[in-house]
Structure formats: C-alpha cells, structure tokens
Design a protein around this ligand. Structure first.
Ligand SMILES: *Cc1c(COP(=O)(O)O)cnc(C)c1O
Length: 247
C-alpha cells in the first residue's frame, strides 16, 4: 500500500467514525481509533504516525515487540500499543514490557502473571476482558460468570498493577446484522453489570468493531474500534501458519 493511500484511508475512516457518532447522537470524539497494524511493516506504521495516529493494535507479541522497539529506538516515544490477540503465558513478560493495554485477557491464570511482570517493570497494565460472542472466533472467556469471577479477584485488591479498564469482543463474521448487533449489545450489557457490581473498578471502555462492522459497533456503544484492513489494506499471511489470530 502506498503512502498516499494510508493517509487517505485514515482520513476516510476517521470521517466515517465521526459520521457514525453523529448519526446515533454520540459526542464527536467519543470513539477512539485503534489502528491494527499486524502483518504490516514498520514503514507503514510510520505513515500512520505522520497522520497523528498514536494508538495501535497488534496481535502477536513477538512481531509487536520487534516493530515497536524499533520505533521507540527511532524516538517515537508516545506510542500506545494494545495487544489484541490470544496471549500465551510464556509471552506475558514481553507483552507487559511493550504494551500499555492487553485487550485479550481470556483466563484467570493470566492475572497473576501480568501482576508479577508489571510489578517488576513498575507499571500498571490496562486490562480488558475478552468475551467470546461470535461462533467463528475461538478466543475470549466463554461465559460472563467467569468474567464476573475474575473482576471480583481484581476488585479484592489482589492485583495492584492490574487495572480493569474495559471489555473486548469480536462479532461473528456474518452478513446478518442482527447477530452482529447482538454480540455488541451483550458486551455492553456485561459492562453495565460490572459497573453496578464493582463501582470501584474503572471499567469504561468497550473495544468492539472492526473494518466490516464498526458502524454497528458505534451504534451499540463502542468506545474503541480496532481497524486494520480499511487503513492498511489486506494483510499478507503467506509464510505464516495461522490467520493472525494468535499473539
Ligand atoms: C485483525 C484484528 C482486527 C482488525 O481487523 P480488520 O478486519 O482488518 O479491521 C481487530 N481486532 C482483532 C482482535 C484482530 O485480530
């Protein structure tokens, strides 16, 4: 993808986000754009930086680590990196070092790991619980009860370097708008439940909406849309075994 295309794509997508906000009566700027740069090289991320983009999403720890340490060495220090892919336990340390948020927390056992490493790095991690709402994706907590259970652990003060700031989901890949909407509204309902049960926890973000469904997500209350393809073009998966879903 050429430079001009990336700049043009950012303009178009930001405009579409603004229009979607307006259309459903939400305040302009209430939805953040997370630019998903997975499988795209550092040079293309730099094009995005020229468009004043600072929030990025990556789904594989090793790839994110090499690309974003290179950018930091080049002096780009105000970048915000969110990890959005399934996280293996042996990669938590690197994940904690490189990112400011892990959106794909999908099991209780990650919490003590994140706590341990963030305590070592002397930083607080923003954690999102990922809820499985789409038939196609395998990632995420399978039930709301597990999420409520984990939220209670955090609320008890066991993990002082873990800040539960939001929830994340991927809607099913379908043309059926009702199904997509249902996935997003179930995430919003869960957030409301958490806000009632644990008012002391700062659960405010709803990370939902991708290139194909972000307008619906914004109507359903999304505060962060994670967009890759519409900004950077199609990803080249050749030479990899998976479809880019694992951290
Ligand atoms: C790849 C990915 C995205 C971006 O998807 P696009 O359809 O390219 O916009 C968003 N969220 C997650 C979790 C992803 O893995």
């Amino acid at each position: 993808m050429t430079e001009t295309n990336i700049a043009e794509n950012f303009k178009i997508v930001r405009q579409q986000i603004n229009e979607a906000e307006k259309k459903c009566g939400r305040k302009e700027g209430s939805v953040k754009l997370c630019a998903v740069s997975k499988f795209h090289p550092v040079e293309e991320i730099e094009e995005a930086l020229k468009c004043s983009q600072i929030l990025f999403g990556e789904n594989r720890v090793q790839e994110a680590y090499s690309k974003f340490s290179a950018l930091k060495e080049k002096g780009f220090n105000n970048l915000q990196l969110h990890l959005i892919g399934a996280l293996q336990s042996n990669k938590v340390k690197k994940a904690c070092e490189i990112s400011c948020a892990i959106e794909s927390v999908d099991r209780e056992s990650l919490l003590p790991e994140i706590e341990k490493h963030c305590s070592f790095f002397n930083k607080t991690m923003e954690v999102f619980f990922e809820l499985h709402t789409g038939e196609d994706s395998k990632s995420g907590f399978k039930s709301e009860d597990e999420i409520l259970f984990c939220a209670e652990k955090i609320a008890s003060g066991k993990f002082p370097h873990v800040n539960l700031t939001g929830l994340m989901t991927m809607a099913p890949f379908t043309e059926d708008e009702a199904l997509i909407r249902k996935s997003f509204s179930s995430l919003r309902n869960l957030k409301e439940k958490l806000n009632v049960s644990f008012p002391q926890l700062p659960v405010k973000e709803l990370s939902m909406g991708m290139s194909g469904d972000f307008k619906i997500a914004i109507e359903e209350g999304s505060t962060i849309v994670r967009i890759g393809t519409s900004l950077f073009g199609r990803r080249d998966y050749s030479g990899t075994e998976n479809q880019g879903v694992n951290a």
